[in-house]
Design a protein around this ligand. Structure first.
Ligand SMILES: NC(=O)c1ccc[n+]([C@@H]2O[C@H](COP(=O)([O-])OP(=O)(O)OC[C@H]3O[C@@H](n4cnc5c(N)ncnc54)[C@H](OP(=O)(O)O)[C@@H]3O)[C@@H](O)[C@H]2O)c1
Length: 359
């Protein structure tokens, strides 16, 4: 078995020892926020990419096959069902040889059953076929929050991470900090003159946000840089760690408005969780809503930074960073051009949801 390592300082810079030969790569979760950028980055590096998608892809099943195929010029797009091991074998791998597999699969709802079905079971189906067909390298998109697991989706991810580490395949487990889309949910509120909502003081948490394109570059590096093999890679973006209040201040400066904050007590989330948990005994829909509220509470109180278990605190300085795009630049772009592609879908808390005719 390969020995897992937690790499805290990625060896950026000297690429002279990297293995940059073109490879044949199969990508799962290609239609997601990160997955689509990973496909584009791999293609840009000259790899031969096959993207696997479901027949109706996207958060609300809004993309038909031809629309999905059109997302990835230069890639072959195959369709099937990641939740069905036979489809993963027959429709995705087709018994062919791939050098590497990327999985950017993730439950879109975060509901416990769906998290286990996608973040764990579907990834297991992919891993099983990767082993059978002789794939050498498996790159997994995970999340930094699994280091302090309290939620169903985190446990599902961790269980799969453990399987991957035991698999004998060369692996990279990428654990990013917060994505830009997760910090963009209040832009529209502020434009409408509303205050920025904060949980507690607005300084309970911090993160080093990373853009989807910087993360895609980092993930593409994983198969080229030997130091990124058989490793768990926490990763954030450039710039200082930002608290929610600092994120709000950035936005008010860009909007040229006087900062206005409204504080929401974390205890309110506790009440919502308790009520939904009790009602959830009778209804699965309410059980799932209770889990969504737990997810909200987790992000209101836990930082997306490397956790120092010995010191019992999050450590911004120990959180590796990469890339060039800052949250400030991202906010400026969204204010100019709109959210396009940065919508939160089913994870929206502060953001108005896009109406979809799908599921
Ligand atoms: N948001 C953050 O700030 C943050 C920070 C760090 C880490 N992460 C982690 O990053 C990961 C991916 O994030 P993301 O934003 O790129 O995810 P996303 O946009 O929700 O994409 C999820 C992908 O999984 C696929 N998928 C989900 N359910 C499926 C199903 N039943 N059948 C087939 N395919 C299915 C989706 O396909 P469809 O397009 O067909 O739905 C999509 O390709 C997650 O594990 C998350 O925990 C997130």
């Amino acid at each position: 078995m390969n020995k897992p390592r937690l790499v805290l300082v990625p060896p950026f810079g000297d690429a002279s020892h990297w293995d940059q030969r073109p490879r044949r790569i199969l990508v799962f979760g290609a239609t997601g926020y990160i997955g689509r950028h990973v496909v584009r980055e791999l293609l840009a590096r000259g790899h031969d990419v096959v993207a696997f998608a479901r027949a109706r892809a996207g958060a609300g099943g809004e993309h038909h096959r031809d629309q999905t195929a059109a997302m990835f010029p230069g890639a072959e797009v195959r369709f099937g069902d990641v939740t069905d091991p036979a489809s993963v074998a027959d429709d995705a791998f087709r018994g062919e040889r791939f050098d590497a597999v990327y999985s950017c699969l993730a439950s879109r709802s975060g509901a416990p059953d769906d998290a286990w079905r996608i973040d764990h079971d579907a990834n297991q189906h992919v891993l099983a076929q990767a082993k059978v067909t002789g794939v050498e390298h498996f790159v997994l998109l995970s999340a930094i929050c699994v280091q302090k697991p309290k939620l169903a989706f985190q446990r599902a991810k961790l269980a799969f991470e453990a399987s991957l580490q035991r698999s004998g395949l060369r692996y990279a487990i990428v654990r990013p900090t917060a994505f830009f889309k997760s910090l963009s949910g209040q832009i529209e509120r502020l434009k409408r003159g509303k205050p920025f909502l904060l949980f507690g003081s607005g300084q309970l948490t911090a993160c080093r946000p990373i853009s989807e394109t910087d993360l895609a570059v980092f993930m593409a590096d994983c198969i080229e840089d030997p130091a990124m093999g058989n490793a768990i890679l926490p990763i954030g973006g450039p710039g200082q760690a930002l608290t929610p209040i600092a994120q709000g201040e950035l936005l008010f400066v860009l909007l040229d408005k006087t900062p206005r904050f409204k504080r929401v007590p974390v205890a309110l989330l506790d009440v919502i969780i308790s009520v939904l948990s009790v009602l959830g005994v009778f209804s699965r829909r309410l059980r799932d809503k209770a889990e969504l509220a737990r997810i909200g509470r987790y992000y209101a109180t836990e930082s997306m930074l490397v956790w120092d278990a010995e010191a019992g605190r999050y450590d911004a300085d120990a959180t590796p960073i990469t890339g060039h795009q800052t949250l400030q630049g991202h906010y400026a772009r969204v204010l100019d051009e709109g959210l396009d592609g940065q919508e939160l879908g089913e994870h929206a808390v502060f953001q108005r949801r896009r109406v979809s005719s799908g599921r």
